[in-house]
Write a new protein. Structure first.
Length: 116
């Protein structure tokens, strides 16, 4: 079924789909996107985010699944883990420049939709 009109969200998705194809080795899967969005929002809200905080998010999957996805996000260059100054066993999660560029591209797609 084809929509008779293009909703702003459909146009946004279409713009995102037209972004240059990312290498499969660094492409995000759906869960990784959700986790990256969660990390972005935590950063936006000004809170420190620990790996343990993410691993406890049952709505995203098991602890093993989340730990694997965090490792993938580090390997793909979207986040970095830094030692907590008080307890080196605790790791703080931070977005990298690559993640910031990713969100900048998405923001440009959203701006295009909103302007037209």
């Amino acid at each position: 079924m084809k929509l008779t009109y293009a909703t702003p969200f459909a146009r946004f998705l279409d713009n995102v789909a037209s972004l240059p194809t990312i290498s499969p080795a660094i492409r995000l899967d759906l869960l990784e996107e959700q986790l990256l969005n969660y990390i972005l929002l935590a950063s936006f809200r000004g809170g420190a985010l620990l790996v343990g905080d993410i691993i406890s998010l049952k709505q995203f999957g098991s602890q093993a699944t989340l730990h694997g996805r965090i490792k993938n996000l580090v390997r793909k260059g979207y986040i970095r883990l830094l030692d907590d100054g008080l307890d080196r066993r605790r790791k703080l999660v931070h977005l990298t420049t690559k993640a910031e560029n990713y969100y900048e591209q998405l923001s440009k797609c959203l701006t295009l939709v909103l302007e037209h």
